[in-house]
Design a protein around this ligand. Structure first.
Ligand code: TAP
Length: 451
């Protein structure tokens, strides 16, 4: 089997080597998952629930270890990495309630009895990006397993370590062989086999819009189910009547968290023109105070970017733009980049239109509600966003008008595992999390019994 090197983005140093699955090994793992499916779907609901709770408990025992791996492999701050490992535990616990509640309906019909069943699909292939390796994996595998499917999971080539460990912990928790398998390797090899292999009945993909489109096209050939979580260019809209101090203090975290490598990053800041200058004067000290540090330090608010190539891409956006101000970042080894605020002079500026996926915030003034809506919606994306106002009516009007799957008022929160998460327009297809996620890993079967 081939192998690939794993690098620490905070130092640029070598961490370890992991296997890179080829076509034959991927197909063999998919076939093992296919073979494990009939008995996994027949596990009694209470027993499947207990196994998922046990998996959650084992993850809980390893939160520190998993968080430490993510700090080194993905450059996540230790605070974020602990939250992410805890999120996998919580999502497993939450969906452990599913097997005993996944009931169909009994529908009144003439001439007999009609009942529906939520049948698991079979093997589910999950393709994960490098920006949030643990939570995105858990949002796929926990509801898929709970609904009675078996899972093959491909982590991003850059960040495989926590996924590989989660695969080991699943076995330690007692999940049968073949029920949950982690296959590190290239997207063009392992990921493509998920799309092409007929035993894989659904692909959950998170990553770039470009690759997502090719996966959707590939899945069409077999009418394979697909969930897509893609890019974003979310707006953070601040009205003059907002608590400006609070909005300015929160804005850096809304875009620079995870070094801006977040599909929900509020990377477009729209500020009502009557408070524009004042807001920027409040924002500047908040940006300069944002702590970009060795991610293993408890005080770190932001770590490095994921790779040298990615840093070059981010830098290409700021080089040609009008910089308002920047924060500080370490200099030297590792892929560091300072939090940067750019002035958008036109809605055709590339940093305003395109997903930079780095610690870059583009700012533009707006006149009134109508213009804020027009600017916010002038994008192919629609994943997340925020509205800051003290006017409840305005908050509700704006919430309905902004074309986005997730929105928060006077907050930058996007993800809570109890509620659905996903994008409108080219930000995605389908929803993850929330009470209904397991249904997306089933097909409804209708049975009529003549009486
Ligand atoms: P991608 O290149 O799209 O990679 C994402 C995943 O897909 C990786 O595991 C990758 O494998 C795999 N992949 C690549 N090409 C593939 C192919 N032809 N067939 C099957 N799988 C393939 O994105 P990225 O560079 O990791 O992440 C950055 C982008 O993803 C950003 O644009 C960001 O917005 C988006 N993103 C969106 C979200 C959500 S929740 N909407 C979350 C994270 C990221 P390799 O590692 O081998 O390349």
């Amino acid at each position: 089997m081939d192998s690939s090197e794993v690098i620490d983005p905070a130092t640029g140093g070598f961490l370890t080597t992991v296997p890179a699955y080829g076509v034959a090994e991927t197909d063999a793992a998919i076939e093992r998952a296919h073979g494990a499916f009939p008995s996994w779907r027949r596990v009694a609901p209470g027993d499947r629930a207990r196994l998922l709770r046990r998996f959650a408990a084992v993850v809980d025992e390893h939160v520190e270890e998993l968080a430490g791996l993510e700090v080194r492999n993905a450059g996540h701050t230790i605070g974020n990495a602990r939250w992410e490992a805890g999120n996998v535990r919580d999502v497993l616990d939450y969906y452990a309630g599913t097997p005993e509640r996944l009931s169909g309906r009994q529908i009144p019909v003439p001439g007999g009895i009609d009942v529906t069943f939520h049948e698991p699909l079979g093997v589910v292939g999950i393709i994960v990006p490098w920006n949030f390796p643990m939570p995105i994996a858990g949002w796929g595998f926990a509801p898929a397993l709970a609904a009675g499917n078996t899972v093959v999971l491909k982590p991003a080539e850059l960040t495989p370590l926590t996924a590989i460990r989660l695969g080991e912990l699943a076995l330690e928790a007692g999940l049968p062989e073949g029920v949950f398998t982690v296959l590190p390797g290239k997207g063009s090899v392992v990921g493509q086999r998920f799309v092409a292999h007929p035993a894989v009945r659904k692909v959950c993909f998170t990553g770039s819009t470009e690759v997502g489109k090719s996966i959707m096209a590939g899945c069409a050939d077999q009418v394979k189910r697909v969930t897509l979580e893609l890019g974003g260019k979310s707006a953070n809209i601040v009205f003059a009547d907002a608590d400006l101090e609070r909005a300015a203090a929160a804005a850096p975290g809304g875009v620079f968290d995870n070094a801006g490598q977040d599909c929900c990053a509020r990377s477009r800041l729209l500020v009502q023109e009557s408070v524009y200058e004042r807001f920027l004067s409040l924002l500047e000290p908040a940006v300069k105070a944002f702590r970009v540090q060795d991610p293993s330090l408890a005080t770190a608010e932001m770590g490095p970017l994921i790779s040298a190539t990615h840093r070059d891409k981010v830098a290409s956006y700021t080089a040609a733009a009008e910089v308002a101000f920047t924060g500080e970042a370490p200099i030297g080894d590792g892929w560091w980049f300072p939090p940067t605020v750019l002035l958008a002079r036109s809605s055709s500026d590339p940093h305003w239109r395109e997903e930079v996926f780095g610690p870059v915030l583009s700012v533009m003034p707006f006149r009134d509600e109508a213009e804020a809506i027009e600017l916010a919606n002038d994008t192919e994306y629609g994943l997340s966003g925020s509205i800051w106002t003290r006017d409840l009516g305005r908050a509700l009007r704006m919430s309905r008008a902004v074309e986005t799957g997730n929105l928060s008022v006077n907050s930058h929160s996007s993800v809570r595992y109890w509620t659905p998460f996903g994008g409108m327009k080219q930000s995605g297809l389908g929803r993850e999390l929330g009470p209904e996620a397991p249904l997306s890993f089933t097909d409804v079967k209708n049975v009529f019994i003549s009486t």
